[in-house]
Ligand binder design. Structure first.
Ligand code: PMP
Ligand code: GLU
Length: 419
């Protein structure tokens, strides 16, 4: 083994469990093992043909050179118009938009523009993050220098933080509050009234104790609503409009995970300041995104509403199928998802039992590892989502109904074989 070390910031960074489990399942499938995977939050649909055509046309026309760091003016305008029209983010112009290589990259750049590394004696800046939440928020924020302040939620409160919990979590050291509705992994959506109440708390606490407080609203699943709750953008609430950065991307709604296309935006003077900082950082990082992807983004956002709706309807049906199947399995508690494409059952009733291979299950991680090794069924263990996630597994239903039925048959067999 080489004695040469890598930097602590990389060697201590928590790897993404969603990516790790998905890669493990894919490697087994490549070896010819019959694994049924419910791991990645990646639509099984192909990217709409119109989107592909736009990229091909641009590529053939020679759009293959460097372009402006935060995106070409046409694309930034299409995104700004969308944010004004669909999300009510009224004070958004093209200059208030940063086009990034996916939502994850937008968050990475943004967090490095938000959190300061403490100077001698200073306390770490705080990042208010409800748990369970997506596995990458905490590690990216910590990498940027933040301390995560956990706000626990669970099935009892529909995985939503209350205004009172949020009020208590905000201190003079708070720098950002993370929101993700619809949520990965919980499938929860905040209603407009709930978001207005949280916005009220943030405005009040910012005034009283935390003037630099910023809301980061990750709305990447906004188009994947399953019925019951309408998506609402907290940045449209005037009291917090000029302290909200909205993050989004094309991966989920447009089946464009491999394209690496996302964006961030902020309104008014506040937004301009953050876009300028993101431009400087991105200029030292990736420069612009792949040049011939810009026209594809424009076509997706302006011409593909029908494709998005067709896919949404498929997710609604799949959500119903998976809930029905999970509901037939004894001992599982299955919250009803209202958005995104994840079921998040509580499997803790099975902890303490033994598998046919002789392992005792003590956690969600044991549970998922045993299920993959012994029954070739891959799901994401809930530990890394934080909080009560350790009692849950995440099942992505961005796959066909036939795959769901086969997987649920196998899930039922695995659970009934536990002693
Ligand atoms: N936010 C959430 C909540 C996600 O689930 C994902 C999934 N990858 C992302 C952001 C980032 O997606 P991407 O980088 O593909 O835009
Ligand atoms: N967000 C998706 C998921 O949670 C993709 C993987 C990732 O980026 O974490 O499965």
């Amino acid at each position: 083994m080489s004695p040469i070390s890598v930097a602590r910031r990389a060697s201590t960074l928590q790897p993404s469990v969603t990516i790790a489990m998905a890669n493990r399942a894919k490697a087994m499938i490549r070896e010819g093992i019959d694994v049924l995977a419910f791991t990645l939050g990646e639509p099984d649909f192909d990217t709409p043909q119109r989107v592909k055509d736009a990229a091909i046309k641009a590529l053939l026309a020679g759009q293959t050179k460097y372009m402006p760091t935060l995106g070409d003016p046409d694309t930034r305008k299409v995104i700004a118009d969308k944010l004004v029209r669909e999300n009510g983010l009224a004070a958004t112009t093209p200059d208030h938009v940063a086009v990034t290589a996916g939502g994850k990259h937008a968050l990475y750049v943004l967090f490095h523009c938000l959190f300061d590394q403490p100077r001698g004696g200073e306390a770490l800046q705080e990042f208010v993050l409800q748990s369970p939440s997506w596995v990458s928020y905490g590690p990216i924020a910590e990498l940027a220098g933040a301390k995560v302040v956990d706000v626990p939620t669970g099935p009892g409160n529909d995985f939503k933080m209350t205004p009172e919990q949020l009020r208590q979590a905000i201190t003079p050291r708070s720098r950002a509050v993370m929101l993700n509705s619809p949520s990965n992994p919980c499938g929860t959506m905040y209603t407009e009234a709930e978001l207005r109440a949280l916005a009220g708390v943030i405005a009040e606490r910012a005034k009283a104790v935390a003037p630099d407080l910023v809301i980061v609203s990750d709305e990447i699943y906004e188009k994947i609503t399953l019925g019951g709750v309408k998506h609402f953008s907290i940045g449209s609430v005037p009291e917090v409009a000029e302290r909200t950065i909205t993050v989004n991307g094309l991966s989920k709604a447009f089946a464009m995970t491999g394209w690496r296309a996302g964006y961030a935006s902020g309104q008014g003077e506040f937004g301009l300041r953050f876009m300028k900082a993101m431009s400087t950082l991105q200029g030292q990082m990736t420069t612009n995104i792949t040049s011939f992807v810009y026209p594809a983004i424009r076509v997706a956002l302006t011409e593909c509403a029908d494709d998005v709706e067709t896919m949404r309807q498929a997710f609604v049906r799949r959500g119903e199928v998976i809930r029905e199947r999970l509901g037939q399995i004894p001992g599982l508690r299955v919250p009803r998802p209202t958005g995104a494409f994840y079921a998040f059952p509580d499997v803790s009733a099975y902890f303490g039992k033994r598998t046919k291979g002789g392992r005792t299950l003590t956690s969600s991680l044991d549970f998922c590892e045993a299920m993959l090794d012994e029954d070739r069924l891959a799901m994401i263990p809930g530990e890394d989502f934080g909080g009560c996630g350790r009692n849950h597994v995440r099942i992505s239903f961005a796959c066909s109904e036939a795959h769901i039925h086969k997987g649920m048959d196998r899930f039922g067999q695995f659970l009934s074989s536990l002693k």
